[in-house]
Design a protein around this ligand. Sequence first.
Ligand SMILES: *[C@@H]1O[C@H](CO)[C@@H](O)[C@H](O)[C@H]1NC(C)=O
Ligand SMILES: [Cu+2]
Length: 330
Amino acid sequence: MRSISLAFLVGLAAHEAAAHATFQDLWIDGVDMIKGRLHGAQCVRLPLSNSPVTDVTSNDIRCNINSGPVGKKCVVKAGSTVTVEMHQQPGDRSCKSEAIGGDHFGPLMVYMSKVADSSTDLGSGSWFKIFQDSWAKNGSGATGDADFWGTKDLNTCCGKMNVKIPSDLPPGDYLLRAEVIALHTAAAPNGAQFYMSCYQLTVTGGSGSATPSGVSFPGAYTASDPGILINIHAPLSTYTAPGPAVYAGGSTKSAGSPCAGCESTCTPGSGPTGTASSVPLPTQTGGGGPSGCSVAKYGQCGGTGYTGCTNCAAGSTCSAVSPPYYSQCV
Ligand SMILES: *[C@@H]1O[C@H](CO)[C@@H](O)[C@H](O)[C@H]1NC(C)=O
Ligand SMILES: [Cu+2]
């Protein structure tokens, strides 16, 4: 281990990190909800980094390893369309950069959970699936890599995916969980990569009283699900995305179908920006990262695209070992 150079390790980390991605933005009926925030929608709980969750039994599978609840809720009418938006790097919304690169092929799914307060709930309740863009066979392709996938649609549509909020949901607070599963290394156990962010919503206007049956996270997936433990570098005759069926009031997109609505017309910076409703900010202490976070010695504490904790454990300080790409606690 000692003989492996730091430059090699940093190179590996930088290469892989370039392919990872984060759901960061949200549009509501064509209005960009980023106003006033450096990057990310006002109501999104941004993950600490763009690295994936790989353990389906951990609580991180709910809302990722994030900096916790944020101070705003996005208000959305039942029956309207929101657009979730993913990118590899924080704030890089350019369509020239793939939303999720590195042949990270797999399905895109969106879940909701009814909660008392979306600005504080940690996602331990019941989740129902409201959207799926999964897989379709590519008749001229040889293997699963050439097939149509939700993530390819995401890249085609500049990181954006339209998602209908079921019209029969009763008003109130909900968490919305957008998720991509990248299957490029899923042939090995625990090789599938889960990328998700939770958005804090308040749903209004619904006169319905639907209570869709749901699943819990962890619990909804097992590491050996056929949609999770799978070799997509072989020909696929079928693909079954994990989790429950899409709720009848939700929607699906067939993989390979063209971008529609906001997916093709909503361009960051050109359209209106909206304001989410404010809630009392959760108490934060210290600076440079979420409350009480600490990076162990030799862990990453900064660098291009890094959005995680920047506080080094006692006895070490954050040093730019490979500027501007990588800083480490030493
Ligand atoms: C479908 O397969 C062909 C032949 O391999 C390939 O050129 C094309 O890019 C594939 N389509 C997608 C969406 O990957
Ligand atoms: Cu990745």
